[in-house]
Design a protein around this ligand. Sequence first.
Ligand code: 5GP
Ligand code: ZN
Length: 115
Amino acid sequence: MVQDCIFCKIVAGEIPSKQVYADDLIIAFHDISPQAPTHILVIPRKHISDMNEASAEDQALLGHMMLRAGEIAAEAGLAESGYRLALNTGPDARQSVFHIHLHILGGRRLTGQMG
Ligand code: 5GP
Ligand code: ZN
């Protein structure tokens, strides 16, 4: 756990979240400020700041996140209507929380931007 990391605190249960999925490697919960009718974040329990910090040893973990995100989206009823998976890295992507997270966005026709 990294000090002052809000998502590490959510993993540790120190900050509450509306959790929708959890296993040994990842958790998923509703975004506190949803940009679409469904906006869920999928995060690894392990602290990885951003994609720049991800390495080959994280390959299985990142694949797991991606595949589970698809299942979580389907469980949220988005399989047919569609959804976006987004992973922001750095200032130009407006990353604001430096613990890697996959956004699942859906439930309306999305724009070309994030939301
Ligand atoms: P980023 O801009 O880094 O890709 O996305 C960070 C996301 O985390 C934002 O959509 C923001 O609303 C969400 N977020 C920030 N703090 C919290 C929190 O304490 N709880 C939850 N559930 N989401 C958060
Ligand atoms: Zn963290």
